[in-house]
Design a protein around this ligand. Structure first.
Ligand code: COA
Length: 260
């Protein structure tokens, strides 16, 4: 497969979709795949025509079945250290300034689950299976799982998933808060498109400020976070989008946001 096909990029209006394209390996994340995702994200970050990014997996079986285990064999600690010094795909996604949606269409394991957790919203097909099976390899999650999973599902549920390595079904993932919505297999793609297009129609300025404030909430004390929110709220008053949104409401018309 040509290197540029490892992650496919499609654009539908203001929504970009990145599709991890190694279906014969259940879209396991090898180094070229990680690098391709990071490089797509860098381009999409500065592309003003793109307002929302969806990440999904090719084929009908898997979102991402984790890190490519084949690459672990024979890897030295120094090799691993060097690999982890490169810009992490998980941090690249978490730091991306526009809204991101993980469209979990099947197996979502290990690094796949960690990548999904680095996205803003997780929407799963009812046939998705999620888990952190690193324990079965004598490993721990290394893509943010030990930190993001307990923040999403609480300590007990996070320990259970990481200690046992067991996979859970989509409805259980919804129950514990690991995913935000579960959709039937048939309706999955339409629902992902509907959600992404809905968000893409909102003010890019306000979306960016929401993301900034919400991301800060996990690292700041409440009083600091509230002050930060107030500053961002004031900043939104400087935007053309805010003037447009208010004018559209008062004149009973649909707002057209430009991101200025
Ligand atoms: N890394 C490398 N290759 C992987 C992979 C991974 N994480 N997950 C799946 N594959 C490969 C398999 O080796 C197989 O390749 P092959 O056809 O060349 O032998 C192919 O993808 C299909 O997987 P297979 O195991 O045959 O599918 P399955 O339906 O029987 O089982 C899983 C699906 C997800 C249960 C199983 O593939 C699995 O446990 N994968 C590893 C998950 C994991 O531990 N991830 C965390 C890594 S830290």
């Amino acid at each position: 497969m040509a290197e540029q096909d490892i992650v496919l990029r499609t654009i539908d209006g203001a929504v970009a979709t990145l599709t991890i394209n190694r279906p014969d390996k259940l879209n396991a994340l090898n180094i070229p795949t990680r690098e391709a995702i990071v490089s797509h994200l860098e381009e999409l970050e500065v592309d003003k025509s793109v307002r929302v990014v969806v990440i999904t997996g090719a084929g009908d079986k898997s979102f991402i079945a984790g890190a490519d285990i084949k690459e672990f064999e024979g890897r030295s600690p120094v090799d691993q250290f060097e690999i982890m010094r490169h810009r992490s795909v998980f941090e690249a996604l978490a730091a991306f300034s526009k809204p991101t949606i993980a469209a979990i269409n099947g197996f979502c394991l290990g690094g796949g689950c960690e990548l999904a957790m680095a996205a803003d919203i997780r929407i799963a097909s009812e046939k998705a299976k999620l888990g952190q099976p690193e324990i079965n390899l004598g490993l721990l999650p290394g893509g943010g799982g030990t930190q993001r999973l307990p923040r999403l599902v609480g300590l007990g549920a996070a320990f259970k998933l990481m200690y046992t390595g067991e996979m859970i079904k989509a409805d259980e993932a919804l129950r514990i808060g690991l995913v935000d919505e579960v959709v039937s297999v048939d309706g999955f793609s339409d629902r992902v498109t509907e959600l992404a297009q809905n968000i893409a129609g909102k003010s890019p300025v306000a979306l960016r400020l929401i993301k900034e404030a919400v991301r800060a909430s996990v690292r700041t004390p409440l009083d600091e976070g509230l002050r930060h929110e107030s500053s961002l709220f004031g900043l939104a008053f400087a935007s053309e989008d805010m003037a447009e949104g208010v004018d559209a409401f008062l004149n009973k018309r649909e707002a057209k946001f430009t991101g200025r």
